[in-house]
Design a protein around this ligand. Structure first.
Ligand code: AHM
Ligand code: MG
Length: 335
C-alpha cells in the first residue's frame, strides 16, 4: 500500500467481490448495513458514560424520550439497519427469544450478539458486537424457518465483530482470511489497518474465568496448572489475561497469540457462551486466521445446533495451545 493510500471497508469488499464474477452483491450490501449500524452503536457507546446525565434505562431523558439500555438499543439499531437494507431475511439475536423475520424476499440470515459484554459498560471497559451470516436453506420468498437459523458453523458465509475499544474496529472473514478495519472518526469510515491477520501458532496468554476453577473438569484444571507451571523451554508460566468481555479477550489473543477458554462447569456443563452468535463466528475467524476452536470433544463449527440460544463449552486460540489442551483433556478422559 502506498503512503496515504486509504482503503475503506466498502472499497475492500467491492474489490473482493470482483474475484467472484457470478456474485450478486447482496453480501456487500449486507455489510454496508452492518457497517452503518456499527457506526451508530459506536456513537452511542461513546456517550454511555453520560447516561446518568441523560437518564437511566426506563426513565425519560431530557429530550422527553424513554431511555433504553444500551444492549437493547444496539439490538434495535442493527435490526432497523438490516430492515432498511432489505438483504437480510431474519435476525437471530441474543436480545430476543425467537428469531426475527426481517424480509422474506432476502437470502441471508444474520445471527448476532448486538452488544456483548454489556456488563462492562458501567466500568468503561471494551465491549463488542458479534455477527454471523448464513444463506437460508428455505427458498427466498417463503416464510423464514427455524432450520434457516439453526445451521452448523461450517455453513457460515461470513462472520465478524466490531470492537468498541480505545479505537473502534471491524474485523471480518468471508472464508478468505481475516481482515481488520479501524474506524477513522474524522472521515466516518472503517479503513483497512490489519490486513490478513494470522494468529501466532504458539502463544503465551491464557484467558479464563479462574474463579470457576473448582467447578472445572480434571482435564481443564490440569491444563490451567500447566499454563501456570514454570518451564523455560516453553516460556511458561504464561500470562493470565481476562477482561470478561469476549470480543476484547478474543481480539487480544488473535493479535498476540493465546488461548481463550469458557469451559463447562459442574453447575453449568455447557458453559455460558452461545453457539450461534458467540462461538461460531469467533471460531470461523480464528480458523481463518490459522487457529483452532473446539468444545473439548469436537470442532465448534461442526456442532449441529438444536436450539437457537444453545450454549457450548469453548476453547479457542493459537493452534498449538488448543492442541496441547485437547491432549490433556483426552488423557484425563482415558485415565
Ligand atoms: P453477555 O452476552 O451476557 O454479555 O455475556 C457474555 C460475556 C462474554 O463477553 C464473556 O466472555 C463472558 O460473558 C464472561 O463471563 P464470566 O463473567 O462468567 O467470566
Ligand atoms: Mg453475549
Amino acid at each position: 500500500m502506498e503512503m496515504n493510500q486509504v482503503i475503506t471497508l466498502s472499497q475492500f469488499i467491492a474489490n473482493e467481490q470482483l474475484k467472484y464474477p457470478g456474485s450478486t452483491g447482496d453480501l456487500s450490501k449486507l455489510f454496508r448495513d452492518i457497517k452503518l449500524a456499527a457506526k451508530i452503536v459506536n456513537r452511542d457507546v461513546r456517550k454511555a458514560g453520560l447516561v446518568d446525565i441523560l437518564g437511566e434505562h426506563g426513565t425519560i431523558n431530557v429530550q422527553g424520550e424513554k431511555v433504553k439500555k444500551l444492549d437493547v438499543l444496539a439490538n434495535d439499531i442493527f435490526i432497523a439497519s438490516l430492515k432498511a437494507g432489505r438483504d437480510c431475511c431474519a435476525v437471530l439475536s441474543e436480545e430476543e427469544d425467537f428469531f426475527h423475520e426481517v424480509n422474506r424476499n432476502a437470502k441471508y440470515v444474520v445471527a448476532m450478539d448486538p452488544l456483548d459484554g454489556s456488563s462492562n459498560i458501567d466500568v468503561n471497559a471494551t465491549i463488542g458486537t458479534i455477527f454471523s451470516i448464513y444463506k437460508r436453506l428455505s427458498s427466498v420468498g417463503s416464510p423464514v424457518t427455524e432450520e434457516d437459523c439453526l445451521q452448523p458453523g461450517v455453513n457460515q458465509v461470513a462472520a465478524g465483530y466490531v470492537i468498541y475499544g480505545s479505537s473502534t474496529m471491524l474485523v471480518y472473514t468471508t472464508g478468505q482470511g481475516v481482515n481488520g478495519f479501524t474506524l477513522d472518526g474524522s472521515i466516518g469510515d472503517f479503513c483497512l489497518s490489519h490486513p490478513d491477520i494470522r494468529i501466532p501458532v504458539d502463544g503465551a496468554i491464557y484467558s479464563v474465568n479462574e474463579g470457576n476453577f473448582s467447578k472445572f473438569s480434571d482435564g481443564v484444571k490440569a491444563y490451567i496448572e500447566y499454563c501456570k507451571a514454570s518451564d523455560s523451554a516453553t516460556g511458561r508460566p504464561y500470562s493470565a489475561r481476562y477482561i470478561g468481555s469476549l470480543v476484547a479477550d478474543f481480539h487480544r489473543n488473535l493479535l498476540k497469540g493465546g488461548i481463550f477458554m469458557y469451559p463447562g462447569t459442574s453447575s453449568a456443563p455447557k458453559g455460558k457462551l452461545r453457539l450461534m452468535y458467540e462461538c461460531n463466528p469467533m471460531s470461523f475467524l480464528i480458523e481463518q486466521a490459522g487457529g483452532r476452536s473446539v468444545t473439548g470433544e469436537q470442532r465448534i463449527m461442526e456442532v449441529i445446533p438444536t436450539e437457537l440460544h444453545q450454549r457450548v463449552p469453548v476453547f479457542m486460540g493459537s493452534k498449538n495451545m488448543v492442541e496441547q489442551l485437547e491432549q490433556m483433556l483426552n488423557a484425563t478422559t482415558v485415565a
